[in-house]
Design a protein around this ligand. Structure first.
Ligand code: ARG
Length: 460
């Protein structure tokens, strides 16, 4: 008989049984579920709802079940619906009648909220540790490429020269925000819902604070309806995960471009590339492509969760059982992507010569010619027009700005002098951009330094 079978006169339809059962996926919450049940039983023992002996028997039984599950010795039942009732059933089978007392002053509604909050808290910590590892790799790479000049782009057209370190450190900043977003989401997940009951709390004088402390929660929920019907913490996690994946998709897109024959800025390690079944010469950036592709999957979970929660009346609705697969797949995908992208970056070879050659083409120093004139008093808008005409001349004659003679420069503006050539050398164009946050070596070193301090502060 079902744990809730008292008021029913018929068995559940076989298809429905399978349809509404969540044990195939929510068994993943067994640890959290047992931890929560142990804390609940201990508290019931303390407030006298269970005798000390009863509480001890239940706790020992739950600990045994945990061991057996970890040893792969437990078979869950579809008929017992979900992880909560499976464990309760297993408990009663082991410890007898007293097992039936565990669910006093509790509902699966507050139980599932507790389990997913515990799960979200643990997973966020793991994701954050992986983000820090990736940031460390980025810092090391940046330190090695402080002077590796490359073209910076807008519209994927060469724009101004920067360094590879500067480009990489942009991703450090993104990851720092990602980390902070996950940590922020953690604050809202860190609230203990047990005691909300099905929706209206309970008539038993629970010590909710005690449960929160045992389970390591910072606070308890303050409204029982919200306690069982809030899934913001899952949506926030999916949202932070989506933004992180968006960053990854941009980085991976660049890695794919950079490893193309047209760019050849980087060479991915063989261990992070794959071949073609027909074209013997191929070495494809599949890992980067797959991460780019998985971004869609994580966005999908965010949209799925938001839509699943849309318009649900308070409090719990069974729709919410749909949160789990999205949650699990989101954290699995994000962690796998983090674990792969980190060594892929660490092992790639950087082709400095190609980057430097790229920085020289495409008139990346044109702004510097305009700045040169502006520094000598020509209004910038006018300087812009003069350099525009110079660039046009070069384009028409197949030349670059460095090739023009001083005479030719002077024809466009008498302000030009011999020092124009040093002012527009690519090295100079980078080293002059020494504004805080700029690509000059000292500025990037300062951002690396700040990054290191930030990492130190956040590492456990
Ligand atoms: N398996 C359910 C879920 O994941 C647990 C809560 C069920 N509560 C209920 N009243 N049916 O949401």
């Amino acid at each position: 008989m079902k744990l809730w079978g008292g008021r029913f006169q018929k068995e559940t339809d076989r298809l429905v049984e399978d349809f509404h059962s969540s044990i195939s996926f929510d068994q993943r919450l067994y640890k959290q579920d047992i931890r929560g049940s142990i804390a609940h039983a201990r508290m019931l023992g303390k407030i006298g709802v269970l005798t000390q002996e009863e509480a001890d028997t239940i706790i020992a039984g739950l600990q045994d079940i945990l061991k057996d599950i970890e040893a792969g010795q437990v078979e869950f039942e579809i008929g017992a619906e979900d992880i909560h009732m499976n464990i309760e059933k297993l408990l009663t089978a082991r410890v007898g009648e007293v097992g039936k007392k565990l669910h006093t002053a509790r509902s699966r509604n507050d139980q599932v909220a507790l389990d997913t909050r515990l799960f979200v808290k643990e997973e966020i910590q793991e994701i954050c540790q992986l983000i820090l590892k990736l940031q460390e790799v980025i810092l090391n790479l940046s330190e090695a490429h402080l002077e590796t000049v490359m073209p910076g782009y807008t519209h994927l057209q060469k724009a101004q020269p920067i360094t590879f370190a500067h480009h990489l450190m942009a991703y450090f900043q993104m990851l720092q925000r990602d980390y902070e977003r996950f940590q922020d989401c953690l604050k809202r997940a860190d609230v203990m819902p047990l005691g909300s009951g099905a929706l209206a709390g309970t008539t038993f004088p629970l010590d909710r604070q005690m449960v929160a402390e045992e389970l390591g929660f910072a606070k308890i929920t303050l409204n029982s309806l919200d306690g069982v019907s809030d899934r913001d913490y899952i949506i926030e996690l999916a949202s932070a995960a989506s933004i992180l994946m968006m960053h990854f998709s941009r980085l991976c897109e660049e890695i794919i471009l950079w490893s193309s024959d047209e760019f050849r800025f980087i060479d991915l390690d063989d261990a992070y590339s794959t071949g073609s079944s027909i074209m013997p010469q191929k070495k494809n950036p599949d890992v980067a492509e797959l991460i780019r592709g998985k971004t869609g999957r994580v966005y999908g979970h965010l949209m799925g969760l938001l839509t699943m929660m849309k318009s649900l009346p308070l409090a719990y609705n069974k729709d919410m059982q749909e949160d789990k697969e999205a949650l699990f797949d989101t954290v699995d995908t994000v962690k796998k992507c983090l674990m792969t992208i980190t060594p892929m970056l660490q092992t790639m070879k950087v082709n400095k010569e190609r980057m430097a050659a790229g920085a020289k083409g495409g008139f990346t120093n044109a702004t510097d010619v305009a700045d040169y004139l502006a520094k000598k008093g020509v209004p910038f808008r006018e300087a812009h027009a003069i350099v525009g005409r110079l660039v046009l001349k070069c384009v028409q004659e197949g030349r670059v700005l460095e090739d023009l003679t001083l005479e030719e420069y002077k024809y466009f503006s008498p302000v030009f002098a011999e020092d124009i050539y040093t002012a527009i050398s690519i090295q100079e164009c980078v080293s002059k951009r020494n504004v805080p946050g700029g690509p000059a070596k000292e500025a990037v070193l300062a951002s690396i330094d700040a990054g290191k301090k930030w990492l130190e502060k956040n590492k456990q």
